[in-house]
Design a protein around this ligand. Structure first.
Ligand code: PGA
Length: 255
């Protein structure tokens, strides 16, 4: 069970899924079910659905996020979305550096760092994703990868600037594969991440920061993952697209 210093967060990452009508329907179900949630609940939806979902979630405690942003405020950046636009459309959060973006769209620790600065400036809660590939795990590079991604992505800030930041540990080999990290593997990595954050930003910061686990989280495995002392929540892809499974994950039980 997570420390009382940290409020658990279950965040759905809808990725590139759902039409407007489907988004509104799922958002309604999440809103209607949030009273039974065990912690804070968020949905990170496609850009095209943000405004409509914001309308649905108005007045509820469900937080709304984008799945990426650009670091400039405005201008000739065809296809990009700024943090100000996310806020304007109704977001309070944004996912940064998801492994799919790192792999397919060239996000790097350096660009994640710039996006993080823009997100914090706009008052958004950033969910910064880190995680090793299967090859990196098998060649004993996991800790080095996590250390590099954290140091690079979070560099140049004071602890107070980062008070809103959420980290998501998402082993790439577990994303969308049905191969979840075991609770022990997740705990080991989360403890390492917290240790790195302590080195970078001090003990108080490390104790307060939420570290989510992501990678094939389901209604069936959420409880054992959430029972780990350093797992403060989950970033949920596939299982966040179905009302029943996401509502069950929101209502995780650790006892
Ligand atoms: P998954 O995705 O739950 O479908 O594995 C998690 C994520 O990529 O955030």
């Amino acid at each position: 069970m997570t420390s009382p210093l940290r409020r658990p967060l279950i965040a759905g990452n809808w990725k590139m899924n759902l039409t407007l009508v489907q988004s509104v329907e799922l958002a309604r179900a999440v809103k209607d079910g949030v009273a039974a949630a065990a912690g804070e609940t968020a949905v990170c939806v496609p850009f095209t659905s943000i405004a409509a979902v914001a309308g649905v979630l108005k007045g509820s405690s469900v937080r709304l996020g984008g799945q990426d942003c650009f670091w400039e405020a405005s201008g000739a950046f065809t296809g990009e979305v700024s943090t100000g636009m996310l806020v304007d459309a109704g977001c309070q959060m944004v996912i940064l550096g998801h492994s799919e973006r790192r792999k397919l769209f060239n996000d790097t620790d350096e660009t994640v760092n710039k996006k993080l600065a823009a997100a914090l400036k706009a008052g958004l809660t950033p969910i910064v994703c880190i995680g090793e590939t299967l090859e990196e795990r098998e060649t004993q590079k996991t800790w080095r990868v996590l250390e590099t991604q954290l140091a690079g992505g979070l560099q140049g800030f004071a602890p107070a600037d980062l008070s809103k930041v959420v980290i998501a540990y998402e082993p790439v080999w577990a994303i969308g594969t049905g191969k979840t990290a075991s609770p022990a593997q997740a705990q080991e990595a989360h403890l390492f991440v917290r240790g790195q954050l302590e080195k970078l930003y001090g003990k108080a910061f490390a104790l307060g920061v939420r570290v989510l686990y992501g990678g094939s989280v389901t209604a069936e495995n959420v409880d054992t993952l959430m029972a780990q002392p350093d797992v403060d929540g989950a970033l949920v892809g596939g299982a966040s697209l179905k009302k029943d499974s996401f509502l069950r994950i929101m209502g995780f039980a650790t006892a």
